[in-house]
Write a protein that binds this ligand. Structure first.
Ligand SMILES: Cc1cc2nc3c(=O)[nH]c(=O)nc-3n(C[C@H](O)[C@H](O)[C@H](O)COP(=O)(O)OP(=O)(O)OC[C@H]3O[C@@H](n4cnc5c(N)ncnc54)[C@H](O)[C@@H]3O)c2cc1C
Length: 520
């Protein structure tokens, strides 16, 4: 029999009871669970995959902090462009000033070292210089490769701060009396006749269970990076490849929708361009190497080189391949649809580089949290992977033939590019001059590149208390959202902002749920 997801009263069967149920064990779910537990609630932390960590464990581990809440708010307002109410942004801005102290507190559980790195915001908006990053820089007696053999961050794992932060989260969860159920996807929310959320239906390895949540449910189940159907419906450009984690299938968005939630920011995803893995059994895109961000109007770093240009299927260059924040906006240029040819002429696009450029550094950075996959992050392994993707040809004419472009167009694109490099200015698309390298020395190298989604921002609307809001602007009683699920960014992203949302949304939702009267 299909469970309708309604709870009709005392006659109904409950299999288990907790005060707070948290759906999803990434950073946001972990912090919500910690805070609800510290508020005195009994907590169930549900994770659908065999291993916790979600996308969080693959991340760079950089959490955005701010020295001044007013300045941070001024900046965040610009990034939201009116898509998020000021009071929601104000809470995030204030929270960013509290993250450092919270970080220190969490780190104690593992004896971990906390570090601060100066880092302005990404765009020249008011408040840009109030920001920094916090991250975990050391965890004693922790061998990341042994503990998380199924994880590949975009750095060699021993250098990955995201993995270290997740270890700290796990240590905090283990220190508390929090029930953790793995391989236990939440399927439906259960609501009472008054519309308040009363519990959740969960598939566990030993069968389906109806969980009573006496105080509330926190949805912290991430985004929809791996849900192709949702992407087809919400995003203009197609296809988009996911960068990191197959567990993000938008389950929390669906569950919230089913109880009346409004949605926001569904169109916006964080991403870049990159390769499709050559093995069809490996369903990920591979992001390009992470290059440092730069701020328009400030001098770019002289030592950062980018050896490729990106051209469309006609052989034309159409964008700055190295925009201020490569992982934020570069993919947006690929979304153009051509009604005359009825195709997306920029999906895939092609990178083209020469032999000297190919020798500069490995081009890509594979990332995953997935049993059955492993990748030792060495330059040799990266080269071997790339050799299965990147092809070569003796002349630009030959490259054009291989990619199906007109050779005169591609040849003129490359000679124009070389002239711009010689001039030391990208008069066409404004790429930072130090990053420009000529494309002259054969053989030439080329590969298709696709829009790659690192993580999504859309999901249920929430208010400043992280309460999920329905389509008429009312909070859905006892339902909270945290982290990437319904994130606040609706226009541009602030690097490190996702994890700031995991922390701040996590602690607010956990504390709020944990402070409610039990409905029973
Ligand atoms: C390569 C990479 C680097 C990044 N670096 C940074 C960075 O340095 N700083 C930053 O701020 N952001 C970064 N991000 C983004 C950031 O990592 C994510 O936005 C953030 O970690 C999301 O955390 P979360 O807890 O909301 O979701 P997740 O970490 O994805 O956790 C959600 C969990 O919910 C589980 N789940 C899903 N559905 C269900 C269900 N039905 N029942 C039970 N469980 C379910 C999932 O399996 C998952 O484990 C990066 C992203 C990528 C891909």
């Amino acid at each position: 029999m299909t469970d309708t997801g309604t709870y009709d009263g005392a006659g109904e069967r409950w299999d288990d009871s907790f005060d707070v149920a948290v759906v999803g064990y990434g950073y946001a779910g972990a912090i919500a669970a910690i805070e609800a537990s510290d508020a005195g609630s009994s907590v169930l932390l549900l994770e659908k995959m065999p291993d916790p960590g979600g996308i969080s464990i693959c991340s760079g581990g950089n959490v955005r902090t701010a020295d001044d809440a007013d300045e941070a708010l001024a900046y965040l307002k610009e990034t939201a462009a009116g898509t998020t109410p000021d009071d929601v942004l104000a809470v995030l801005a204030q929270g960013m000033t509290e993250v450092p102290a919270y970080f220190e507190r969490l780190a104690k559980a593992s004896g971990a070292g906390v570090a601060r790195r100066e880092a302005p915001g990404n765009y020249p908006f008011p408040g840009i210089d109030t920001f920094a990053y916090y991250y975990i820089d050391s965890v004693p007696e922790f061998d990341p490769a042994a503990r998380y053999p199924h994880v590949n961050s975009y750095l060699p794992i021993h250098r990955a701060a995201g993995v270290r932060l997740f270890k700290v989260m796990e240590d905090n969860i283990e220190q508390r009396d929090i029930a953790v159920w793995l391989e236990s996807p939440a399927r439906r929310l259960l609501t009472g006749k008054d519309g308040s959320v009363r519990g959740v239906i969960v598939d566990t390895p030993s069968g389906t269970r109806r969980i009573r949540a006496r105080q509330g449910v926190v949805l912290a189940s991430g985004g929809f990076e791996a849900n192709q159907e949702m992407q087809r419906q919400w995003w203009q450009e197609k296809p988009v490849l996911t960068a990191a984690f197959l567990g993000s299938t938008g389950d929390g968005i669906r569950m919230a929708q089913a109880v009346g939630a409004d949605l926001w920011h569904m169109w916006l995803f964080h991403g870049t361009y990159g390769f499709r893995h050559p093995d069809p059994d490996y369903p990920y895109g591979i992001r390009m190497k992470r290059l440092p961000d730069w701020v328009p109007g400030r001098p770019p770093r002289a030592d950062v080189k980018m050896p490729w240009i990106v051209v469309d299927q006609n052989g034309r260059r159409y964008m700055n391949e190295y925009p201020p924040y490569l992982q934020d906006t570069s993919h947006r240029n690929m979304a153009t649809y051509d009604p005359q040819t009825q195709r997306y002429p920029r999906i895939p696009s092609w990178i083209v580089l020469d032999d000297e450029g190919r020798g500069t550094y490995p081009l890509c950075s594979p990332t995953f949290n997935d049993r059955g996959l492993s990748f030792e992050y060495t330059p040799e392994n990266l080269r071997a992977l790339e050799d299965r993707i990147v092809r070569q040809a003796g002349t630009i004419e030959e490259v054009a033939r291989e990619i199906g472009a007109d050779s005169t167009v591609l040849e003129s694109t490359v000679s124009r590019w070389n002239a711009l490099v010689e001039d030391g200015q990208d008069a066409d698309h404004g790429r930072p001059p130090p990053s420009m390298l000529p494309i002259r020395t054969p053989p030439f190298h080329f590969a298709p590149v696709w829009p790659i989604c690192s993580n999504t921002h859309g999901g249920p609307v929430h208010d400043a208390k992280q309460r999920v809001i329905d389509a008429y602007g009312e909070p859905i009683p006892r339902l909270y959202a945290a982290g990437e699920l319904g994130g606040v960014f609706g226009h541009l992203y602030l690097a490190g902002g996702n994890m700031a949302e995991c922390f701040i949304g996590g602690w607010i939702s956990g504390r709020e749920a944990g402070s409610l009267e039990r409905w029973e």
